[in-house]
Design a protein around this ligand. Structure first.
Ligand SMILES: *Cc1c(COP(=O)(O)O)cnc(C)c1O
Length: 392
């Protein structure tokens, strides 16, 4: 239980809810209700049904034979890429939309950087017939046109954030402003294990389905319900939190988190928070983040839009500081090479984010008798343009 959030949302010294007074009521309402709702029979039944028939769970645990041969070990891929909408993010949006419904909320707001969380949110709002407003930086709207089109077709309103650097952090500021202005009917749906308590704990619980399934699948395939190593990429940290969750207290399992080094940690073009960041408050949470000497958030960079986030969630800050998880980084180029390698060996085109996790196979020691799970957080359709401009 050492790695579960305390009642006030602390993981060691990280977490909590450092929020302006005007948000206190909203966050408190959620904090008081989320566990009651999640533990209720009504919720569990609907959540499980939707994960099964709408999302397509359980996702397979695939033994990657040719990849294993290449690395002289046993590699299993947890296929989150096969979920509806193409990534793990839908596990969380399904969970939160049911919480919002139970709380009687009528209007859903979210922010998105690359648009993946925006699409997953717009999807569940269409499913539940709820109004959906997605804040997105003006620059990101231009960079991520296909996802903007998807959100619109799904019935969401995409509102541009035009202040600051016109990217994710500015969209976050707009979403928070909206929530303060509409405390009664509005639910703020956060897309990763970030933000004030109870969000990191709630999102981790929804993503925990990943390691719950892994336990049963590993038992069936290897005769043991845990692997030797689990590798997952970290943007905010939700797919890694889900893949690690049921193994956090099992120290026989080595947890490996992979951040985006971008062009390299020595350049300032990086998103490797644990390497270049330090302690501070972002998005209402005490955690590790990339900031300048004045404490202002610095702009992260990664070729992969989903890892392009200037912080990590408080659970990951704690896993890093306590050394429970090892943190590695993969550069843009290493991730691209890993994506091409998986595609050629296994016929699976991974998301650029997930390719960072795959790139770690080159950086760790693999033993012949070990079982390693790589969490394949998403599929690469959205990244085809990037892949093609690299190949040419
Ligand atoms: C958003 C995203 C990520 C990064 O987010 P986490 O919260 O760190 O999981 C990773 N992979 C894919 C495919 C994504 O869409």
């Amino acid at each position: 239980m050492k790695y579960q959030a305390t009642e006030n949302g602390f993981y060691g010294e990280f977490g909590g809810a450092f929020i302006p007074e005007m948000l206190y009521h909203n966050v408190q309402e959620l904090k008081e209700n989320y566990l009651k709702i999640i533990d209720s029979e009504v919720f569990q039944k609907e959540f499980k049904n939707l994960l099964k028939d709408y999302v397509g769970r359980p996702t397979p645990l695939y033994f990657a034979k040719r990849l294993s041969k290449k690395y002289q070990t046993n590699i299993f891929l947890k296929r989150e890429d096969l979920n509806h909408t193409g990534a793990h993010k839908i596990n969380n949006t399904i969970g939160q939309i049911l919480v919002a419904k139970q709380m009687g909320k009528k209007r859903i707001i979210a922010e998105t950087g690359a648009g993946q969380h925006g699409v997953a949110t717009a999807t569940v709002c269409a499913l539940m017939n709820l109004e959906c407003i997605v804040y997105m930086g003006e620059i990101d709207i231009k960079r991520q046109a296909p996802n903007v089109a998807r959100m619109k077709m799904l019935g969401a309103t995409v509102r541009p954030a035009t202040s600051g650097s016109k990217t994710l952090k500015d969209a976050t500021n707009e979403a928070i402003r909206d929530w303060i202005a509409n405390p009664q009917d509005t639910y703020y749906l956060i897309g990763s294990v970030v933000g004030p308590h109870p969000y990191p704990d709630m999102v981790a619980r929804f993503q925990a389905i990943i390691s719950k399934e892994m336990k049963a699948q590993l038992l069936e395939k290897t005769g043991r319900d845990y692997p030797d190593k689990i590798i997952a990429c970290v943007g905010g940290g939700s797919n890694a939190a889900g893949a690690f969750y049921h193994y956090l207290d099992n120290t026989k399992v080595e947890l490996i988190a992979v951040e985006a080094n971008g062009l390299g940690v020595q350049t300032n073009k990086t998103a490797a928070t644990t390497q270049v960041g330090n302690q501070g408050i972002i998005h209402g949470s005490m955690t590790l983040l990339m900031q300048n000497k004045e404490g202002q958030i610095t702009e992260p960079y990664s070729i992969s839009a989903g890892l392009d986030y200037p912080g990590v969630g408080p659970l990951h800050a704690h896993l890093f500081k306590s050394k429970r998880a090892g943190f590695l980084g993969a550069t843009d180029k290493e991730a691209l090479d890993a994506a091409f390698e998986l595609t050629k060996l296994e016929g699976i085109i991974p998301a650029l984010e997930s390719a960072h996790a795959l790139a770690a196979l080159n950086k760790i020691t693999c033993n012949a008798n070990e079982n390693i799970v790589v969490n394949l957080s998403g599929r690469g359709d959205k990244d085809m343009e990037t892949f093609m401009s690299y190949e040419l």
